[in-house]
Ligand binder design. Structure first.
Ligand SMILES: *[C@@H]1O[C@H](CO)[C@@H](O)[C@H](O)[C@H]1NC(C)=O
Length: 248
């Protein structure tokens, strides 16, 4: 039965692996990493180039507005569940200046959110990393039912439901977004701890959450209770290698 599950996941994965996850027509969020060029949606980046915070241009943004940023990995398997992992939640972002110059005119965070976790896809996988920028309403309040997201751990960050967050935080649709594929360029380090996020591919921003609607009841399902089958190391790596090395 596990094998069947894996085979159907395989077929599915091959079809959707590099699908553009952004809504058609969504303006591109202009950003780059210190070591990269400005990122076109779907670009492939080396993991080593994504370890520090990105530089986000405010050129196409409203200089009087306050923004809220989400950065997620869409292509995660946590235990046996395909899911989304939150890499950065950042409210209170504003433009630094009105200059028409990319280097001066950037979006900065005035406070701490859920700390940036740099991309760390396992070797031989292609994870899609997505930035979504939202207008932050003047009366924005952080939804307390998402209070679990702050530690920079797999347990805290896996199973992030973007649409539910958007809904309970009362955010409108994103005003800009971007995505890229990260390729591992450094040698594999130590073996992954059991709770490490492992690779797969998923379809879209609506991926199943590991948490059962945390904002609708008093309790949240502990993520660890759901990790079980299909944890054998490496099967997705084998699957992914059939796609070839090109991302995007
Ligand atoms: C901005 O966000 C980063 C990444 O999470 C964080 O390390 C930094 O402390 C924040 N800056 C301020 C001024 O809070």
């Amino acid at each position: 039965m596990k094998l069947c599950t894996r085979l159907s996941l395989l077929v599915f994965a091959l079809v959707v692996a590099q699908e553009n996850p952004l809504e058609p027509g969504l303006p591109t969020l202009r950003l780059r990493y210190p070591a990269s060029a400005w990122i076109e949606p779907g670009t492939s980046l080396l993991k080593s180039h994504t370890q520090s915070l990105p530089i986000i241009s405010a050129m196409d943004l409203d200089h009087k507005a306050t923004y809220l940023l989400l950065f997620v990995d869409l292509d995660v398997v946590y235990g046996s569940t395909a899911t989304v992992a939150l890499h950065w939640y950042q409210p209170n972002m504003v433009a630094t200046s009105h200059k028409k110059d990319d280097d001066d005119n950037i979006l900065v965070n005035l406070t701490v959110g859920a700390e940036y976790i740099a991309p760390r896809p396992p070797p031989n996988t292609h994870h899609r990393y997505v930035y979504l920028l939202f207008d932050q309403p003047a009366d924005y309040k952080f939804p307390v039912c998402f209070s679990h997201i702050f530690p920079p751990t797999a347990e805290a960050r896996a199973g992030f439901d973007i649409r539910q967050f958007q809904s309970v935080a009362q955010l409108h649709s994103p005003v800009a977004g971007n995505y890229f594929i990260v390729h591992v360029d450094d040698p594999p380090s130590l073996p992954l701890p059991p709770s490490q996020l492992t690779p797969t591919t998923t379809t879209s921003l609506t991926t199943t959450s590991l948490r059962s609607a945390p904002c609708q009841g008093a309790t949240t399902a502990p993520v660890t209770a759901l990790s079980s089958a299909c944890e054998s190391e490496g099967w997705t790596q084998v699957v992914m290698s059939h796609e070839g090395g090109k991302g995007g």
